[in-house]
Every structure is written in C-alpha cells, then in structure tokens.
Ligand binder design. Structure first.
Ligand code: CTP
Length: 410
C-alpha cells in the first residue's frame, strides 16, 4: 500500500491500450491511491466511462462543459492531484500537450497540474520513432514530465516493435518510485561535472573522448526533480541541459578545474561525472599544424579535479562523488580511487557498459560497502546514485554535529 493517501488523476487518450487503463486504475487503488479518471472523446470509443465509475465510485470526467460541475473541473483536478498519469498517451495527445493545447478535459487538466505528470506512450513503432514525436517527447520531459515506456512488444498491428504501452503494474511502479522520491533533496546544493574535455592541439584540432554527458545530465535532471539546486559544469556535449539547472560551459580540463575550484564551497555535494582528460598537449600551436613527416605530440598532466577537491579537508564538500571507468579489476581499482582521491563514493563502470548509450551498469563503491547494480537506464542509475548521496549527506551531517559537540566549550 505504498501509494497510500496519494491522489492520482488517470487521463486516457484514444488508443487500443485504453482497456489497460482499467487495470492501471485498479492497481493504483490497490496500492492505496485515490483515483479520478478523465477521458478524451477518442478514449470513450475504446472503453466505457461506466467501467471507471464502477471502479472508482466517481463518474469519470469526459467533458469540459459538464453541467454537474459548478466550477472549473480541470483547475480543481489539477490542484487536487499529487500525480497525473496519462495512459495511454497517444502521439496526438502528446503533441498537443507538448504544445500547450488545452481544448479537452485531459489536456486542460494537464495544463493545470500542480503534481508530477507522467505519460505512458502507446503507439505504433513508426509513430514513436517519428522525429516530431521524439521532439515532443523531449519537450515534455524537459518541462518536467516523466515518460514511462514505451516498451518493445506486440503492437495493435500484430507487429513487434517499440511503442507498446508499459504494463499497468510497471506504470504503477514508476509512479510510486517517483512519488516516493519527490522533493527528498530539497535544500541540497549539487555541483556536477559532465561530458568530455577537449584539449587543443591547434586552432582546429583537439584530443577528446567519447563521453556524451548523458550520465551527468541524468543525475542533474533527477536531482532537480527531487528538489535539489543544481549547477552543471559541462564539457562540450550535444544534448540539451535539463531545465532549471545553471550551466557553466567549459572546454578543457584546466577550464573545468578553474570553474569547479572557484565554486565548490557553495555546494553540499560535488559529483565528478565528467570524463576529464588526464593529459593535454604540452603546447597548443598558434596556427594550424601543417602535415609533414610523422608527428610527435608531447602530453603533460592535467590537474586532477576530484583529487584536488578531496585534498581540501575541512572545506571540502560534505559529499564527494567520483566515477571510474575500468577495463579490468573494476571494484578493486575503484576502491583504490576512493582512497587516493578521498571521495565518499565511486561509481564504477565497466568500460563499454555505458559510454555514449542510454543504459549503464555500475558498482557503487564506498568505504564500507560495494553495491553491484544491474544494467539499467541512466535515469534509474541516477536515482540510485542520488539515494546513496542522500544517505551520505545524513552521515556527514551527523559527523559534523558530533564534531561541533566535541569542540563546544562546556
Ligand atoms: N577526474 C578528475 N580530474 C582528472 C581526471 C579524472 O576530476 N584530471 C575524475 C573523473 O571525473 C572521475 C574520476 O576522477 O570522477 C576518475 O577518473 P579516472 O580517469 O578513471 O581515474 P584516474 O585516477 O585518472 O585513473 P586512471 O586513469 O589511471 O584509471
């Protein structure tokens, strides 16, 4: 009963998966939620309002102009709900929501929603992969909505593809997880580095790496959702930052070092998710290097930002998190880094498990424990990392309290 006391609006779009919304409403109620249903006209072609009336004890709202409502029903529901879950979310409904349309009761309720908004997309795989759909999905995510699915499976057409709606139990799980995390990082100030660094050889060439910035940006996005204040110090990447984050753009490791060292003392947590280049060319040529015989480039060490933060002792951030990318002896190497760089947590990735993609597999290495995690989305991994950071913050606050007590004159 972990949705006990939560108020949830389930909004139905018109798709064949609408029948599964019946099961979703039952599942949410089974977990303790109070549920109200809103439906588009198209949804009513697939499933009857009477079914939901029977389940929830309240007639679903199907019409903005319903005469049995004295006030504005969409404003009332938007205010009332801790969460609005759109299932099934059709291509049309998502496009209209992404563009701020509000001419039916589902869209108008979404526009007024004060709580967390979820979409469970359901459509043919070609519709899901359509560039317009992807743009709209991204816009909805950037405005704070959470997408649950779609998943790969049999579609209404009989084909198998990515576009099938998540199963009701999984949707309920997603809603529950997100609501449980809601705002548990309020008041926490988090500085996070992300992406690669580029080390210039000459005005047109650089040495870089394949980091996409996705892992760091996912941590930033989840931290924002959970109420943290977030600043991203970002190397050059091709993905948009989550809305609400302050972004400081840098290019090289030395710029990143400067950006972080001049700011860190205003933060409680620093996460070094950037793939910082360990070396840079000794000299940056003023003009484009012309080709000749073989070329030798001398590389010199870059500053180690994580180690420099760890060495700050008293003024260091309460929680310091690093990443480690290893090809062998994953855990042992991560543990060595934990000690050498005086970090509180090292997120250890097997090389190849995450670089550039949307999923990642990691082991969370701390002084007293290691937690191997299964392969999961970068967003889910971000939440796991933030869960640990929350525990470490509590421990640090405890430690500080004890030290203050010890040092206080009696
Ligand atoms: N890091 C850093 N500054 C650097 C290099 C790395 O702050 N100049 C940070 C990374 O952001 C990451 C962690 O240190 O959080 C681990 O980086 P990695 O390059 O794997 O570790 P190294 O100590 O450089 O060890 P090696 O390259 O020998 O494995």
């Amino acid at each position: 009963m972990s949705l006990q006391g939560k108020r949830i609006v389930v909004g139905l779009g018109g798709g064949i998966a609408a029948f599964k919304a019946v099961e979703l409403v039952r599942e949410l109620m089974r977990r303790g939620a109070e549920v109200r249903v809103v439906m588009t006209d198209a949804a009513r072609r697939f499933v009857g309002p009477i079914t939901f009336a029977g389940l929830t004890g309240k007639p679903p709202v199907t019409d903005l102009w319903a005469e049995d409502y004295a006030g504005e029903v969409h404003v009332e529901l938007g205010e009332w709900a801790d969460a609005v879950v759109i299932a099934p979310a059709t291509m049309n409904l998502m496009a209209r929501a992404a563009n701020g349309h509000a001419d039916d009761v589902v869209l108008a309720t979404l526009a007024c929603a004060k709580g967390q908004v979820f979409f469970a997309p359901a459509m043919h795989s070609r519709m899901w992969s359509h560039p317009a759909m992807q743009r709209n999905a991204e816009a909805l995510t950037r405005s704070g909505a959470v997408l649950l699915g779609p998943v790969i499976g049999p579609l209404a057409s009989g084909e198998i593809g990515l576009g099938r709606m998540m199963e009701p139990v999984e949707i309920a799980d997603g809603v529950e997880t997100h609501l449980a995390h809601a705002k548990d990082l309020e008041g926490v100030r988090l500085l996070i580095s992300a992406g690669p660094t580029h080390e210039d050889l000459d005005p047109v060439r650089f040495i870089g790496n394949r980091s996409s910035g996705r892992m760091g940006y996912a941590i930033a996005a989840q931290a924002l959702r959970r109420g943290a204040e977030v600043t991203i110090v970002s190397g050059p990447v091709h993905i948009p930052p989550p809305s609400g984050a302050e972004v400081v753009q840098v290019w090289s490791a030395r710029q990143m070092h400067e950006a972080i060292m001049s700011r860190f003392d205003a933060f409680d947590v620093v996460v070094m998710a950037a793939a910082v280049a360990d070396y840079r060319p000794h000299r940056r040529a003023g003009q484009k290097i012309k080709k000749g015989e073989n070329l030798q480039i001398e590389l010199v060490r870059n500053p180690d930002i994580l180690a420099d933060l760890g060495a700050k002792r008293a003024q260091r951030p309460a929680v310091l998190v690093g990443f480690a990318l290893e090809t062998e002896n994953l855990e042992q190497a991560a543990r060595e880094k934990l000690v050498k760089k005086a970090a509180d947590l090292i997120v250890a990735n097997e090389a190849g498990a995450g670089l550039g993609g949307d999923t990642n597999r990691a082991v969370l290495v701390e002084a007293g424990s290691s937690t191997p995690l299964p392969q999961m989305s970068k967003r889910a991994l971000a939440d796991q990392i933030l869960d640990r950071i929350r525990v470490l913050l509590h421990q640090a606050a405890h430690r500080q309290g004890r030290e203050a007590e010890r040092d206080a004159p009696n």
